[in-house]
Design a protein around this ligand. Sequence first.
Ligand SMILES: Cc1cc2nc3c(=O)[nH]c(=O)nc-3n(C[C@H](O)[C@H](O)[C@H](O)COP(=O)(O)OP(=O)(O)OC[C@H]3O[C@@H](n4cnc5c(N)ncnc54)[C@H](O)[C@@H]3O)c2cc1C
Length: 510
Amino acid sequence: MSEIMKSTTSQTENIPFSEFIDALKEKMKLVFHTRADADQLAIKRGLPPFVMREIMSVNPLSIGIPKAYGGRGGIMKENIGLLATASYESLALSLTFGINSALFLQPFGKFGQDEVKAQVFNRFLNEKAMGGLMITEPDFGSDALNMQTSYSEIDGKYHLKGTKHWAGLTGWADYWLLSGRQKSKSDKLQRDIDFFLCDVNAPGQNIVVEEFFENLGLYAIPYGRNRIDVQLPTAHRLVPHSTGVKMMLDLLHRSRMQFPGMGMGFIQRLLDEAITHCKQRLVGGKSLFNYDQVQHRLTELQASYTICSAMCTYSSENAGLDIDMAKHGMVANAVKSVITDLMQNAAQSVTQLVGAKAYKLNHIAGRSITDSRPFQIFEGSNDILYAQISEGLVKMMKRAKENNLFQFLKGYYLTGKAADYVKKQVDFNLDLQIPQRKLVEMGKIIGRVISLNQVLELADKGFNKELIDGSVSFLQQEISGLMSTFNYKNENVAVDGYEENSSWLNFVAG
Ligand SMILES: Cc1cc2nc3c(=O)[nH]c(=O)nc-3n(C[C@H](O)[C@H](O)[C@H](O)COP(=O)(O)OP(=O)(O)OC[C@H]3O[C@@H](n4cnc5c(N)ncnc54)[C@H](O)[C@@H]3O)c2cc1C
């Protein structure tokens, strides 16, 4: 089979990775700087056909396709490298690659049935097909396990029905992974979740887009609401290694581990924009670059660049397709939530430095605020992920019968190296009954201790020492600030009927 496939592929599998990436950079230069202007493209919805045609001509998605089917083999380092290269020019393009790879090609390659793989991968390689994932429903977002999309097996086909929204590449993708719960004979929905391949070009598999959304940022990517009423061959069902929920966790955790790829180019670009702007801009007869507060902001950006580099390195080595990521929720949640906070903070900070000019849709800094904002929401809202980190921590501490946070972190594989750097802050007995808001705060702390550990591992590999030192002190400062928030007792609840006796106009003297 592979011989047949290889004869029809575009032969990208044998090109050295650096050449492969250089070819993509050339294409991005052509479409974003020569033929068109990236700042003008980014303010219109969608992308002109030539942009995707040129970009896809170097077969970037072949990275996510197994070698046996003519791809580059789904190597994590390559995928993260691809995302980072794209996000330097366009976060939306990088997310488009991320959707195709982490949310479609990787899970389909791992859990799809061999019978349908060749035809799908072939269309990606030779016809530039695209794929996405539909989990979210209008009434079930964070609470995805209660999704109402259901399926039953009728006449040897899976009949899947429901409504899905906010799936990236709505109306564009040729292939989808659709999620749903099996309906029993008594019409009850099973607890487990199944995933199915849907080929929108095949009979009985069309997905109707009921509405396209006016998304606030990421203009290049279409989103909307989809009506699902499809009949799928049995070979389209993804086959979990154990339960469907564990398959979903493997998929989602691996995807979260790849967020630093999208963060990497994005943060580096903002850092470069900030340095260039601050060196050129004179305020009060002095270059902005020489003001102390400006230096502070630039060092924070460099710290984010370094932390993100550490995460990319860690994920490249620890989130491969052969690893069952369902078990690695702690690190995946930490990586995703911390990097998306750093991305949003970087965008806010560069907008501040650039000033009014940044508050234009056609300026990358202002646009980056709205482009990066949903990363803190999708694939697990950060509030929930931070709380889950702490819930996991409490569980492990109880199991280890250890109440002292420092002692626990010292012995834990994700934080052992970093613990001594934050000993002063974390050397106390943690009350294992924690209200949710404190779980979130503690999760932010643990997420950053895990980041610090990854930075220290990168330091051992010989990464730029000055940058490492800057990011270590940045993280120490963040952790210490978060610790004082954690220690501050605040049990305020929202006041019901707050309008009563609360109009300031009634309290002005005279
Ligand atoms: C740009 C973008 C791209 C997306 N791409 C995809 C995609 O490709 N495929 C897909 O299937 N979906 C996608 N989504 C959907 C996304 O995954 C959901 O929006 C997300 O899971 C949150 O669901 P929700 O919007 O329904 O918010 P809700 O579930 O209503 O949550 C809203 C907020 O409520 C709070 N909250 C919720 N539950 C709790 C809790 N237990 N404890 C405390 N606070 C809580 C949190 O602050 C949370 O952010 C995308 C969304 C966006 C904006």
